[in-house]
Design a binder for this molecule. Structure first.
Ligand SMILES: [Zn+2]
Ligand SMILES: [Zn+2]
Length: 256
C-alpha cells in the first residue's frame, strides 16, 4: 500500500494544502487538496473519494472534481455518511453556490454518492473500508482501509479526545491522526474537538492498553504557524512511547 500525503495541514497556501491522502493512486481520503495536487489524468484514475466529515477543509474540492468529471464525461464516486451528504446537498452543491452535481445531469449525475454506515465494512475495488465514528464537533468517521494484500491503515480524520471508543474496531499497522495545535491549546482542543500532543498521548496510551501494541503514527492537520512547537513536543512523546510519530508534509510518500 502506497500512501501519499497530498495535503497535511489545516490551512492552505502556495506551499501547503488542506488534508488529503491518496492510497495507491485510486482511493482519496478527504478532499481539501485534491484538485490542486492532482493532474486531470490522476483525478480520472480515482476510484473513490472517502469523506470523513463536512468541514470545508475536508470537502473543499468535491465541486471542482465534479466539474472536471462533467467536462471529461465521467463521474466521481464519493462515499460518506448521511450528515456529509446533507451538508453537500444543502450548502455546497445546492444549485446556488454551485451546480447540483449530486442530481445533475438528470440521467447521469456527475457525483455518484454512496452512503456509508458506521461500523459496517464495504468493499471498494478490492479494498475493505470500515468507517468508525470519532469525537469531533460535527458527525465524523475515521476510515480503516485494508488493501487486497492485507495492509491496514486507520485514518481518524479530525478528532478530539475519546478515541478509546473506536480502538476496539480497528487494528492498524499504521495510524494517521491529527494534531492541530501545541499543548498550550489543550483547552481549545477539548472544546473544539481537536488533539494536541498531550491529548494524543492519552489516546495512544489507551490504544496500547487496549490492543497491546502501538503502530507507527503519522500526524496531519497541523496549524502551520504552530508547527515547530508541535514538532518539539512530539519528539519527546515518541521517545517516551517508544514508537515512531512523524509530522506529515505535502508530497510525503509512505509504503506499508
Ligand atoms: Zn473538522
Ligand atoms: Zn479539519
Amino acid at each position: 500500500m502506497n500512501i501519499k500525503f497530498l495535503g497535511a495541514h489545516n490551512c492552505e497556501s502556495s506551499t501547503i494544502r488542506l488534508v488529503t491522502l491518496l492510497i495507491d493512486d485510486v482511493l482519496a481520503l478527504d478532499a481539501g487538496g485534491l484538485t490542486s495536487s492532482l493532474s486531470i489524468e490522476a483525478q480520472l484514475q480515482l476510484k473513490a473519494v472517502l469523506l470523513t466529515h463536512q468541514h470545508y477543509d475536508h470537502i473543499r474540492d468535491v465541486p471542482a472534481m465534479a466539474m472536471n468529471a462533467l467536462f471529461y464525461e465521467t463521474d466521481i464516486q464519493v462515499y460518506s455518511t448521511q450528515a456529509v451528504y446533507e451538508a453537500l446537498a444543502a450548502h455546497w452543491l445546492n444549485g446556488t453556490t454551485y451546480a447540483n452535481f449530486l442530481e445533475k445531469p438528470q440521467n447521469n449525475p456527475r457525483i455518484k454518492f454512496t452512503l456509508i454506515k458506521p461500523n459496517e465494512a464495504v468493499q471498494i475495488e478490492g479494498y475493505s473500508i470500515l468507517a468508525v465514528p470519532v469525537s469531533h464537533s460535527v458527525p465524523t468517521v475515521g476510515y480503516q482501509v485494508t488493501s487486497p494484500d492485507g495492509k491496514i491503515v486507520f485514518y481518524t480524520g479530525d478528532t478530539g479526545p475519546g478515541l478509546a471508543d473506536c480502538w476496539q474496531y480497528v487494528s492498524p499497522q499504521l495510524l494517521i491522526t491529527e494534531v492541530t495545535a501545541p499543548n498550550r491549546y489543550e483547552e481549545f482542543g477539548r472544546r473544539s474537538r481537536h488533539l494536541t500532543p498531550s491529548l494524543l498521548k492519552e489516546e495512544l496510551n489507551a490504544f496500547q492498553k487496549s490492543k497491546g501494541y502501538l503502530p507507527p503514527v503519522i500526524l496531519v492537520h497541523m496549524n502551520p504557524r504552530e508547527e515547530e512547537e508541535i514538532a518539539a513536543e512530539i519528539a519527546p512523546l515518541a521517545e517516551e512511547l517508544n514508537t515512531s510519530i512523524t509530522l506529515a508534509y505535502e508530497g510525503m510518500l509512505v509504503q506499508l
